[in-house]
Design a protein around this ligand. Structure first.
Ligand code: GLU
Length: 431
């Protein structure tokens, strides 16, 4: 995990601290606090896989079901070498708030496998996907828990998982999983949705800040799916990205790529691997300046977009953020620690919190489920139009509450999300 802090980082402790703070602010009753600060249930399992060389290797898998008071659990499955149960717990809890803040009828969950897909063949990855589904086949499903892609998983992984689920249950269940390939039950626009959603919220925030996109510069952490599509739409609305950073698998560290007159997205896409790792030598020949990975945060820009992993803006590096920065749009889940939040708040930086900014992915997953259920698939304009409406109205709800009560945007988003989930729990008679 991209850790630059000297303190040990526990994402679940951070998610709970964020929750406790807001539970206190809204005077949430104690039984509801106890219910919501822990997952409802979780699964830990072994995934024995026959490798291509004939040997067996045992991987570890997790699925955390945080809360389903508002609808089936929903959330991605990550493949990551440093995956931990506490990371998956935090991400599962954030999914509950994410679905609630955009007001879609879904709960929260998350899955993970401790593995590095850089070192796995496609056949080994397929075996891992199928084994994962066999381990939880009775606890997931379209009406229980609906997985999706996340860090280092994609539409192909989802299709293998769907196929295994359908073999086990002996029928077609396209609503079991989202982020499927288009033509195989997937929705057009799903691949772009998270990154585009980030920019829908940036567009709204710029209106509040009285800024025009074409007058702004941005620096982005990450060059995976979320970052690439966020850059694509941000450039389309007129913005200029001067810096992107990404993980270098060969050097086992990250690098930042800088170009004063703006990066060329198509050119960088042409020289990166399927995980968004940009080829350094080719980038130099295209005129990019190579900087240490952390340099993305120090750039003289108006907008910072962390779109990599959790724990990237901490008490240790938030002080390096340039005085010019006015807006932070969290494409990643959990990129900012509470220590860093204090600094951002003092500096008056407008923060679009993760579970609002990056809710486009799950919102489009919901639209995918609706299309799968009616077995009729919309055109891209219709999908992206509906996504824009959902994201924009969620942004407006949060920013109006923040303005009315002079709240930090993260707190306003939490108040809306927690109140909705708590109400659903009470209405069901759970607490
Ligand atoms: N993995 C994405 C997220 O963190 C999308 C989840 C989904 O579509 O269910 O929001």
């Amino acid at each position: 995990m991209a850790s630059v802090s000297s303190k040990p980082f526990n994402p679940f402790a951070m998610a709970q601290a964020q929750f406790d703070r807001v539970a206190e602010m809204i005077n949430l009753d104690h039984p509801t606090r106890e219910l919501l600060r822990q997952p409802l249930r979780e699964f830990h399992f072994a995934l024995p896989i026959r490798m291509d060389d004939g040997s067996f290797k045992v991987f570890r898998g997790f699925r955390v079901q945080h809360n389903d008071a508002r609808g089936p659990h929903k959330g991605g499955i990550r493949f990551h070498p440093q995956e931990t149960i506490d990371t998956v717990r935090a991400l599962g809890m954030w999914m509950t708030w994410k679905c609630a803040v955009v007001n879609i009828p879904l709960g929260g969950g998350k899955g993970g496998v401790v593995c590095d897909p850089h070192n796995l063949s496609m056949r080994e990855q397929e075996a891992l996907c199928r084994a994962y589904v066999r381990q939880i086949a009775r606890a997931v499903g379209p009406l229980q828990d609906v997985p999706a892609p996340d860090v280092m998983t994609n539409a192909q992984h989802m299709l293998w998982m769907l196929d295994e689920f359908e073999r086990i249950h002996g029928a077609k269940y396209p609503g079991f999983i989202t982020g499927k390939p288009v033509g195989m039950g997937g929705s057009v626009g799903r691949t772009e949705a998270t990154g585009y959603g980030v920019v829908f919220t940036i567009r709204e925030a710029l209106k509040e800040l009285n800024l025009r996109a074409k007058d702004t510069l941005a620096s982005v952490q990450g060059f995976g799916n979320v970052a690439q599509y966020a850059i694509e739409l941000y450039q389309q609305i007129g913005g200029t990205v001067v810096c992107v950073s990404c993980w270098d698998q060969e050097d086992q560290t990250s690098h930042a790529f800088y170009k004063a007159d703006g990066i060329d997205l198509a050119a960088l896409r042409g020289i990166c691997d399927r995980f968004g790792g940009i080829d350094k030598k080719k980038a130099v020949s295209l005129g990019y300046k190579i900087l240490p990975g952390d340099a993305w945060i120090e750039q003289e820009v108006d907008i910072l977009i962390p779109a990599a992993l959790e724990n990237s803006i901490t008490g240790d590096n938030a002080g390096k953020i340039s005085r010019r920065v006015k807006l932070l749009a969290e494409g990643a889940n959990g990129p900012t620690t509470p220590d860093a939040d204090h600094i951002l708040q003092e500096r008056g930086i407008f923060v679009i919190p993760d579970f609002l900014a990056n809710a486009g992915g799950v919102t489009c997953s919901y639209l995918e489920q609706v299309q799968s259920n009616i077995n009729y698939y919309w055109e891209k304009d219709e999908v992206l139009g509906k996504l824009d409406v959902k994201m924009t109205s969620a942004f407006i709800d949060v920013s109006e509450l923040a303005k009315k009560n002079k709240l930090f945007m993260r707190d306003a988003a939490y108040i809306i999300a927690i109140s909705r989930v708590a109400q659903a729990c009470r209405d069901r008679g759970w607490v």
